[in-house]
Design a protein around this ligand. Structure first.
Ligand code: ADP
Length: 419
């Protein structure tokens, strides 16, 4: 299966769902150069940054990714977007779906962002977040993609010339055969993209089964729940439990935290309380030259090689405010990100082979500096955060944690999952 995700953490979310379903899954970072640049796997997820980019750019990135995936032998394409359908009327979901549908030479695809585990459901084409319509939920105030209409038939119709229709709950609730017939019915009526109602995971699995022969599927990560079974039924999956087969390189263990979220700060406090040695990076000391990557790496080199240690810049809002007042917000962020990324590189040469990075932007900087192109998906530490093995660069097991993710003991328990 060849997947294209419109942002990085969304890509990981999808990759974890497929790995849990028994597919050997690799997440590729950015548009692959060609098919030869893609790893051998049951599912490849190309993670783009195209959600809010210019329409033409989103189409080009997605099409180049699709071409590489199809050339590499993908039998089915999956276009993944957010379960809250994040896009504007000028948004990219419609145009990208349209281009991909043309590319696979097919008349019909579906769109289903439902993710019941996170309380996103679709009923009569309307997207609900919990008990609220999307347009009455906090997503109406999203800074980049405010969602002011919950009717996805209308929303998607404003983004594309292809006729949009609805595959309603009354069909979906009757299982895969009824859903297949409904696909045929709406298609005969002229629909090219069917918004599919889904209220439960059973619905999503049944929709997945009915979509086995569609060359293109679009949706949230929940839409992928039923897809591994389609490949399994065809005898196409190579292992029974890819996560159990996951091999982490052996070496020292470290945590780098650049996220200042309350969740990450609580995880740091718990790690320190449990005795994990910690080094606090002060951005003002970095700026005046009294602290450097060499100092930080020097501290790391003196730590016990058999236990994890922590390096963090994470701070409370009042501290960040002072730093930002002095250095400027963007300059402070960039300085800390690049410092932590350079520390990661120094640690890798010190034999660190298992690394947790906390913070979305921080993770991006680390992955970029280490020259990592792809991540093989391993066991999930907490929902949405798996251990991965890096491809490209030095041997490294990596857990990239978005700031708000994970339980308080994340930094303590994560290591137990690595043999
Ligand atoms: P999250 O996933 O929580 O949003 P990110 O890594 O994406 O975390 O963003 C955190 C940002 O805050 C980064 O740009 C990081 O460099 C910056 N930052 C980290 N520590 C500090 C600090 N002490 N002062 C100012 N900015 C900081």
């Amino acid at each position: 299966m060849g997947c294209i995700a419109d942002d990085f953490t969304g890509g990981t979310d999808l990759a974890v769902t497929l790995a849990r379903g028994g597919m050997r899954t690799v997440q590729v970072i950015g548009v692959p150069e060609d098919a030869a640049a893609l790893p051998d796997a049951d599912a490849v997820v190309v993670a783009l940054k195209s959600r809010t980019s210019a329409k033409s750019d989103a189409i080009t990135q997605s099409m180049n990714s699709a071409n590489a995936l199809l050339d590499a032998g993908a039998r089915q394409l999956f276009f993944k977007y957010c379960s809250t359908f994040d896009s504007t009327d000028a948004g990219n979901i419609g145009p990208v779906a349209e281009a991909l549908l043309l590319r696979v030479g097919n008349a019909f695809t579906i769109a289903c962002p439902a993710f019941p585990a996170n309380a996103r459901t679709v009923y009569q084409g309307h997207l609900f977040v919990g008990d609220q319509l999307l347009s009455e939920s906090p997503l109406k105030d999203h800074p980049l993609t405010p969602m002011l209409d919950a009717n996805l038939v209308r929303v998607l119709q404003r983004q594309t010339r292809l006729p949009i229709g609805l595959v309603p709950y009354t069909d979906v609730d009757h299982g895969p055969h009824a859903i297949t017939r409904a696909f045929e019915r709406v298609r005969a009526e002229g629909t090219r993209i069917g918004i599919v109602d889904a209220l439960t995971e059973r619905h999503l699995r049944d929709i997945g089964a009915a979509a086995a022969d569609l060359p293109l599927i679009t949706g949230g990560s929940g839409m992928a729940l039923g897809l591994p079974d389609n490949f399994r039924r065809q005898g196409l999956l190579t292992t029974t439990d890819p996560v159990a087969d996951f091999q982490a390189p052996k070496g020292r263990a470290a945590i780098l935290a650049g996220s200042c979220s309350a969740t990450t700060r609580a995880q740091i406090a718990a790690a320190r309380t449990s005795g994990i040695p910690a080094f606090e990076v002060d951005p003002l000391a970095l700026a005046d030259g009294s602290l450097s990557v060499t100092h930080i790496a020097g501290w790391a080199a003196t730590q016990d090689t058999a236990a994890p240690f922590l390096i963090y810049s994470s701070a409370a809002p009042d501290v960040i405010e002072r730093v930002q007042a002095e250095l400027g917000r963007d300059a402070a962020g960039a300085l800390v990100e690049q410092t932590l990324a350079n520390v990661a590189q120094a640690l890798a040469t010190q034999g660190v082979a298992r690394l947790i990075v906390a913070g979305g932007e921080t993770s991006g900087a680390v992955v970029g500096t280490l020259g990592i192109h792809a991540l093989e998906i391993g066991p999930e530490i907490d929902p949405g955060v798996p251990w991965t093995r890096a491809r490209g660069g030095l041997p490294l097991a990596l857990a990239l944690k978005s700031g708000n993710f994970g339980a308080p003991d994340f930094f303590i328990k994560a290591w137990e999952l690595l043999p």
